[in-house]
Structure formats: structure tokens, C-alpha cells
Ligand binder design. Sequence first.
Ligand code: FES
Length: 110
Amino acid sequence: MSAWIEIGKLDDIPIRGSRIVETPAGQLALFRTSDDGVFALVNRCPHRGGPLSEGLVSGKVVVCPLHGWTIDLESGSATAPDEGCTPRMTVRVENGRLWLPSGGTFPHDP
Ligand code: FES
């Protein structure tokens, strides 16, 4: 069974916004959808590395603030016809608290 690290509260993330978490593997952006879904992606757009944490969440995508690519929060993939993928990480929400797998790696790297 893998270990989990508590990293804060759901309410630390604005609805349709994000919060940055520093991990040993790099900066992670946690996104919250309007229905309280939480997703964790590396804070780097697959296009030219834009800070996804500064983008707006719409449904289950985040719009990159630099050139407007949309990145799927569940898969980390850019919406076609754009191509590319941002590594993502599992995030667990339990009783309003957020947890990441310990180890600081990105198990879902493409
Ligand atoms: S860097 Fe994200 S769309 Fe260009």
C-alpha cells in the first residue's frame, strides 16, 4: 500500500482556480473544478512551458494563459489539434483534506 502525504485543504484552492505545491519532483498545480473535482498536473504547459496554474479552469480543462491551449485535467493532454501532454499525479480528497502519494514522483508521466 502506498503512503500519502497531506498537503492542505480543498478550500485552499479557489473554485475554478488552482494552487501550487512544491514537490521533490517539481512544481505541481492543483486545480479545482466547479463541482469540487481536484486534479494535479505539472505546472508546465506542453506547448512552451506556460504556467498552467495561472490559467482558468473551464469544465475539466484548464486554458493556458500564454497562448490559449486547453489541457485536459484528467489526462494532461492538449485538446486536438494541439499535441502534447503534461504529466499528472493522483490526488486524493478526503473529508475536505488533500493528499498526494509520497515519493514526489509523477506516476502518470506519458
Ligand atoms: S505555452 Fe501554453 S499555450 Fe503556449
